[in-house]
Design a protein around this ligand. Structure first.
Ligand code: UD1
Length: 424
């Protein structure tokens, strides 16, 4: 297993391009299954979760071709409708493949999804929307079998009691090729949902209301060949912004829409950072020349503060001045990174969904383990702010979502590198 080695306290300075968004590209890849032809995606990040989704599509019968950030998916022929367990258990977002298979083939199956272990992560809402659309669902020994009911996939009025991102995607993918109109009330409003709908409309789907709580999908008979550029990853940009605020410096990030990060940027400003944004050019500049102040953060569905940035911001607050509070309202067990931060000198007290973070300066380097994808990136941010050497193991988690965190941060002047298994 490779490790990341960091010598901290070097301010971050310079500019970087932000990779394409993981949480946008994965459902788009699944959505490509809906079209009997070729779909081209651009600005596709080179990350483990994309490789996993590519493996799933190839297993199902698609032909994929990748050149740099460009991925062509030919879904003319689908041969399988059962997603093997090892793919599904590796990555939670693979569950939306079921909705796409249902829409295209009338059936699909797979085991319960995996991904980072952050809370219970049930799938009852996914099942609710599929059943609402007329699908029949059987559950046997941890496997879900989904198939068209006697009336096929029909339009429906779906009501989500919580704006689940995954369940909203599931509803969209299952209904794009249905016979009539589907309305999703209480839909998620995340930028990744808007992008998925834009992507599908570009393929010939008819979806409106994206970005609001009410999505309307008018079923169509078929889609056409298309190409689409994936937006920059707001979580990667937010991680680097938190790291820059923690260690100080002046960082310009390109290829990321500032409006996607409205709440995290507002909080960074409150912590003392200077933020300059250019929406049309897709640029965010974060400058920090003082010790960050404490914050109160509460995670929630977009446009609230994203749960995926909770750990990176906890790392920032661990190195800030004063006592901060974090309330995690999306996933109940998402404080696993606190233990490793405490090993670096942080003072964090957890009580249920709340964390109290007492800033300590400086954090000190230590050997720590990544607990999950965003938690691993948070330890990188903490290591940059800490004095001395930090070594982070179990970095495979980080590679699920960050193309090359060491490359990006080295380009900004950080003393950070991968140490491979053979010690090089
Ligand atoms: C979530 C995040 C998303 C992030 C992604 C990757 C939210 C609202 N969603 O999406 O922004 O990009 O993780 O980390 O922040 N739930 C149920 N039943 C279900 C599905 C979900 O009870 O069938 C609950 C979950 O337990 C959780 C909440 O709904 O408490 C949000 O889940 P959901 O948005 O579906 O999660 P993801 O799609 O994984």
């Amino acid at each position: 297993m490779s490790e990341i080695q960091i010598y901290g306290q070097f301010p971050l300075k310079g500019e970087i391009s932000i990779q394409g968004a993981k949480n946008a590209v994965l459902p788009m890849m699944a959505a490509a299954l809906l079209h009997r032809g070729v779909t081209v995606l651009m600005n596709v990040p080179v990350i483990r979760d994309v490789s996993c989704m590519a493996d799933i599509l190839e297993y199902l019968g698609c032909r994929l071709e990748r050149q740099g950030g460009c991925l062509a998916i030919d879904a003319s022929h689908i041969e399988n409708t059962a997603v093997p367990d090892h793919f599904v258990s590796a990555m939670r977002s693979s569950i939306v493949v079921l909705g796409a298979l249902l829409g295209r083939m009338g059936e699909g199956s797979g085991c319960y999804p995996g991904g980072c272990l952050i809370g219970a992560r049930p799938i009852d809402l996914h099942i609710k929307v599929l059943e609402g659309l007329g699908a029949e669902i059987r559950e046997e020994e941890g496997h879900l079998f989904v198939c068209r009911g006697s009336e096929g996939i029909r339009g429906a009025e779906l009501h989500l009691p919580y704006p689940s991102v995954g369940a909203t995607e599931q509803a969209i993918l299952a209904s794009v090729l249905s016979r009539d109109v589907t309305v999703v009330h209480g839909a998620a409003r995340e930028p990744e949902i808007v992008q998925l709908c834009d992507f599908l409309n570009n393929m010939g789907a008819v979806i409106c209301g994206m970005g609001t709580e009410h999505l309307m999908i008018q079923g169509v008979d078929g889609l056409h060949d298309s190409s689409f550029r994936v937006e920059g990853d707001r979580i990667v940009a937010g991680t680097y912004a938190a790291a820059a605020a923690a260690v100080g410096g002046d960082v310009l990030m390109k290829g990321i829409k500032p409006s996607f990060l409205h709440e995290p940027l507002r909080l960074l400003e409150r912590a003392g950072a200077r933020i300059r944004t250019e929406e049309n050019a897709g640029r965010i500049q974060v400058s920090m020349d003082r010790i960050p102040c404490c914050l109160d953060i509460c995670t929630g569905p977009y446009p609230e503060f994203p749960t995926d940035l909770q750990s990176p911001f906890m790392a920032l607050l661990a190195a800030a001045q004063g006592i901060s509070h974090i309330e995690e309202r999306v996933f109940e067990e998402r404080f696993a990174t606190a233990e490793a931060l405490c090993a670096m000198g942080a003072r964090i007290r957890i009580s249920g969904r709340r964390a109290e973070v007492e800033g300590v300066r400086p954090l000190r380097g230590a050997s720590v383990k990544a607990a999950d994808l965003r938690g691993g990136a948070a330890l990188v941010a903490a290591g940059l702010a800490a004095c001395g050497e930090t070594r982070i193991s179990r970095c495979g988690y980080i590679e699920r979502g960050y193309e090359d965190i060491c490359r990006d941060l080295s380009a900004l002047g950080a003393q950070i590198r991968w140490i491979k298994e053979d010690g090089t």
